[in-house]
Write a protein that binds this ligand. Structure first.
Ligand code: G
Ligand code: G
Ligand code: NA
Ligand code: MN
Length: 254
């Protein structure tokens, strides 16, 4: 497949880049961290977003390689920003399923932390329900190993899957990311308000922290804060931007 050849070139020529979207503490408006989001700087087609290439990448042999690169690059950036004043800054890093199957993810994460001199709480790994369901037994072991290292695990797109609640019960998670589909109409939908409040109740009863995704309006921010949601992410606070822009916007002077 042509796309596979291009993906190989992208890996070897270093065409992938990470963008960063801020994660905000809703109680005081401070910067809690960022989610690293991959982009492909394609030589002919310009900057491609994940929707354009993740399906091909995830189904192919390069996912584990790219996943290792994302982990290392995001850790390097977190270490730099922490050194230049972004205190307890936490980097959210998305994982591919292949990182559980092909790699020893626990060893990879321990090595990345050591290489960049990061404490485990400096990163938070994001997993989706699909990863858990596809690699069931392996994932449980790996997540326990990662939690033992002291690394946080966020459950991405919470509420959109079929097994969200049973997974919460079985897997050692530390945070729920409320999917943006529940946040979108929060300010005008009693149903979505009930769903979000229920998710927050569940999260609290499991001793987890919560971040709401897709906050675009100030009224959504206020409601989520008043409901006790700890953190928020979305266009209201900032779109995903390059590392250089991020440092400038958030006053990290390197
Ligand atoms: O950046 P954007 O919002 O378009 O990202 C779309 C999706 O792609 C998100 O759901 C995100 O989880 C996924 N994604 C983005 N960057 C990465 C990455 O570095 N690794 C993995 N595994 N998934 C990513
Ligand atoms: O990991 P995940 O798939 O949830 O990645 C977040 C995705 O949602 C990225 O593609 C990002 O660009 C997008 N996104 C982030 N904030 C907002 C927002 O406020 N509104 C909308 N519509 N999309 C957002
Ligand atoms: Na997400
Ligand atoms: Mn994510």
């Amino acid at each position: 497949r042509l796309y596979n050849i291009e993906l190989h070139r992208a890996v070897s020529a270093g065409e992938f880049v990470l963008f960063y979207q801020p994660q905000i503490n809703l109680a005081d408006g401070s910067l809690a961290g960022a989610e690293a989001l991959i982009r492909w700087q394609h030589p002919e087609r310009g900057l491609l977003s994940p929707a354009a290439f993740l399906p091909a990448l995830e189904g192919g042999p390069l996912a584990a390689v790219v996943g290792s690169w994302v982990l290392d690059e995001a850790c390097a950036q977190a270490a730099l920003w922490r050194r230049y004043g972004a205190g307890d800054f936490r980097m959210g890093i998305n994982l591919f399923g292949a990182q559980f199957r092909v790699n020893n993810i626990v060893d990879d994460v321990a090595a990345a932390l050591a290489r960049h001199g990061l404490p485990p709480q400096a990163i938070e790994l994001e997993i989706t329900e699909n990863i858990v369901l596809d690699y069931d037994d392996v994932v449980l072991d790996a997540l326990q190993g990662l939690r033992a290292l002291g690394v946080g695990i966020a459950f991405d797109d919470f509420g959109t899957g079929y097994a969200s609640l049973s997974l919460l019960k079985q897997y050692p998670l530390s945070r729920i990311k409320i999917d943006r589909s529940f946040v979108q109409n929060l300010h005008e939908s009693e149903r979505d308000t009930s769903v979000v409040r229920a998710i927050l109740d569940i999260s609290r009863s499991f001793g987890l922290e919560t971040i709401a995704e897709g906050i675009e309006k100030d009224i959504q921010r206020k409601l989520l804060r008043d409901f006790g949601c700890e953190e928020g992410q979305g266009y209201l606070f900032g779109r995903p931007i390059s590392a250089m822009e991020f440092a400038e916007v958030f006053g990290i002077h390197i």
